[in-house]
Ligand binder design. Structure first.
Ligand code: HEM
Length: 396
């Protein structure tokens, strides 16, 4: 198969902008499953839409929990994402995520989401009016998803600026274990008195739900509660951070910022198309079962790295017409941005509402912006894809 095809390393190569999509297209045109690399090790990348749907559904050949055990369980602790036992995964997932379901999210939006977005955007707006160039990454996308999720979890506002750095350290445990453990310890010290306080005085938040929950007649241990909090804010925060950055970047590169500001009723379609076009989880690592297996005619050795190329499937021309065009009028297609099967994203509704509200507030307050540094605004990397900076000023 395809010896002359490059073997991209999805952990190490930067793949700015179209480079990622072009590489994934070349692979998909050859075969839906092709050789690749991950952290220097041999891997396979799945780029075809139909093949990736089958792979997401195949828990025997590609058990979903193994990669999380190998990557960040050492920092986050055991949580439902890394549980191999189906029944346990289901029980803990249900306990930890009720507030992320669609009705709960709709209730939360009115009270909090808009207020959090306005608070951040108003600060930027003052500086822009004063003629400054501001960075929408450090000033907005790196804060908004964390402020939103930490309040939904039930955490006070005193250390909200540290959550992004904690998330990066926890998710990056494999690359820098010392920093991952340090973040775990700091966060646990911070959480311990809050969990105790919620035991005595429960509120309407995720921590209170967890302290009151029972499994087979027993309450959750503190460690079980800590590990689920250590899971939810980085998985929810980093993914939304990256996808929001990619969305803003795309609106500038497609010259759509002011046009959508003038037609805000299109925002929900814009978000759907942005989630297809440039998701933060462009490539999702997986580990195969510990026995040799066959998939789409390819022999996969035991314990192989698989790269689930969501970005490849989301631009598969057999499913999406003109897939490289950002088209907000798109009505059909089955994007795989939030995964499939039993590990499909429990934060999907929450993420979408966050993105809709974020864009509404940004466009309402800052309708006439121009991008100053187009290079820094290009989405980079493939596992957690995001632009490094989005420097903007008032349009001149
Ligand atoms: C645009 C933002 C988001 C994207 C692109 C995204 C993407 C994904 C994907 C692709 C999966 C499947 C992973 C797999 O199969 O191994 C997933 C699972 C997950 N997501 Fe999200 N997600 C987003 C937002 C969120 C939010 C806001 C939360 C917070 C609640 C969240 C929490 C999780 C968790 C905990 C899992 C693991 C589910 C399980 O093991 O059962 N995500 N997400």
């Amino acid at each position: 198969m395809a010896h002359e095809l490059e073997e991209p390393d999805f952990a190490l190569q930067e793949y700015p902008g179209r480079e990622l999509h072009d590489a994934l297209r070349r692979h998909r045109e050859r075969h839906p499953v092709t050789p690749a690399r991950f952290l220097g090790q041999p891997a396979f990348v799945i780029t075809g839409h139909a093949a990736l749907r089958r792979a997401f559904a195949d828990d025997v050949r590609f058990p979903g929990h193994r990669m999380y055990q190998a990557s960040f369980e050492g920092a986050i602790g055991e949580s439902f994402i890394s549980m191999g036992d189906d029944a346990r995964h289901r029980v803990y997932r249900k306990l930890a995520t009720p507030t992320f379901r669609s009705r709960a999210v709709a209730a939360y939006e009115d009270e909090s989401l808009v207020g959090i977005a306005r608070e951040l955007v108003d600060k930027l707006s003052e500086r822009i009016i004063a003629g400054e160039t501001v960075d929408l990454v450090s000033g907005f996308t790196a804060s908004f998803p964390y402020r939103v999720i930490t309040r939904l979890l039930g955490l006070p506002r005193d250390r909200e600026n540290e959550f992004h750095a904690w998330a990066v350290a926890l998710l990056g445990f494999r690359d820098d274990p010392a920093r991952g453990i340090e973040a775990r310890n700091e966060l646990t010290r911070y959480l311990a008195p809050i969990v105790e306080e919620r035991r005595a005085n429960p509120q309407e938040d995720v921590i209170s739900g967890l302290v009151q929950a029972e499994i087979e007649g027993r309450k959750l241990s503190n460690e079980e509660i800590f590990s689920h909090i250590r899971l939810l804010f980085p998985t929810g925060g980093e993914t939304t951070y990256g996808t929001l950055g990619n969305l803003i970047s795309t609106l500038f590169s497609e010259n759509l910022w002011s046009e959508i500001a003038g037609a805000p009723s299109h925002i929900p379609q814009v978000i759907d198309e942005a989630l297809r076009f440039e998701s933060s989880i462009a490539v999702l690592p997986r580990m195969s079962a510990s026995c040799e297996t066959e998939f789409e005619g390819v022999t996969i050795p035991p314990d192989s790295w698989l790269m689930f190329a969501v970005a490849g499937a989301n631009r598969d021309p057999s499913v999406f017409e003109s897939p490289d065009t950002f088209d907000i009028g798109r009505t059909s297609g089955d994007m795989l941005t939030f995964g499939r099967g039993k590990k499909s994203c429990p934060g999907m509704h929450f993420a979408k509402r966050n993105m809709i509200v974020a864009l509404q507030v940004l466009l309402e307050r800052l309708p006439a912006l121009e991008l100053v540094d187009t290079n820094a605004a290009i989405p980079r990397r493939s596992v957690l894809r995001a632009p490094d900076a989005l420097r903007v000023r008032a349009r001149r």
